[in-house]
Design a protein around this ligand. Structure first.
Ligand code: SAM
Length: 257
């Protein structure tokens, strides 16, 4: 029997790929994934005309790719495929990049942009927001330590399809890529007097208990963000945002065109 192929029956293709692939929930996640080279074997919509009109307005660079990919399945079938229907009625499945490729990207020298390390993060939404930040600043990657899966569907949703724009892997502290570790901690040296090198590992502690003993032992510098006395700490993702901004403003990060 000949293989009908994913286009012949998008719902059968969805069932085939749903296990091994990553869910891209909504138009913007699919748009980002395509821009950063994700392999997308199936994409469905409950409103193909609406999705293509959105592409023409907001993302003409991927309009033709979407035209070739998006299969109209009707609102009801679309809604049955996703945990919570997205206002754009678009969903797709993308192939997760191999761990080997992620590790190669993280280990590549010279490293021209930092790696963000989240040490034992707990909150899936924070992890997604950090991946989005890392993609925006062109960071080499985001590494998590501990049990949280940085490819969990909730993290992918928070990352808005930008897992494909930066390397995302889980590692033990002992496996971190080479490079100077600047670990963020309110007891550290004021960041305003420091220049963060492009090959830095920028490490952040968990929401609950801060930096682990292992990470502290691997740290070369402890760095503090300015904060008034009596405030105990900032949110994890906002701490990453401030630190990446500081790196971009004081280092050799490429300028916005
Ligand atoms: C929510 S905070 C952790 C709070 C935790 N209760 C503690 O005891 O550290 C999460 C992480 O954000 C970073 N962070 C938050 N505020 C910071 C500050 N003022 N200076 C440096 N890092 C900070 C640190 O890496 C911290 O481990």
């Amino acid at each position: 029997m000949t293989d009908p192929g994913p286009d012949a029956d998008p719902l059968a293709a969805w069932r085939r790929y749903a296990g091994p692939c990553v869910l891209l929930d909504g138009f913007h996640a699919l748009k980002h994934a395509l821009r950063f080279g994700a392999e997308v074997p199936v994409a469905v919509t409950g409103d193909r005309a609406g999705a293509l009109a959105l592409a023409e307005e907001l993302a003409p660079d991927v309009r033709d790719a979407l035209d070739g990919l998006l299969a109209e399945v009707g609102q009801e079938a679309y809604a049955s495929l996703v945990p919570r229907p997205h206002p754009t009625a678009v969903a797709a499945l993308a192939v997760r990049p191999s761990r080997a490729a992620g590790l190669r990207a993280l280990a590549h020298r010279p490293r021209r942009t930092p790696v963000v390390v989240l040490d034992q993060p707990r909150n899936l939404g924070n992890a997604g927001a950090v991946i989005r930040l890392a993609a925006g600043f062109g960071a080499t990657g985001v590494v998590t330590t501990g049990p949280l899966d940085p490819w969990h569907p909730t993290v992918v949703r928070g990352g808005a399809g930008l897992h494909f724009a930066t390397a995302v892997e889980r590692l033990d502290v002992g496996e971190l890529p080479a490079g100077p570790v600047f670990a963020l901690d309110p007891e550290g040296e004021d960041i305003r007097g420091l220049r963060l090198p492009d090959d830095a590992l920028l490490a952040f502690g968990s929401e609950r208990s801060g930096l682990s003993r292992e990470l502290r032992a691997r740290a070369d510098h402890l760095v503090a963000l300015p904060m008034r006395p009596q405030v105990s700490s900032y949110n994890l993702a906002t701490s990453v945002a401030m630190t990446l901004y500081h790196w971009s403003a004081t280092g050799d990060a490429p300028r916005v065109p």
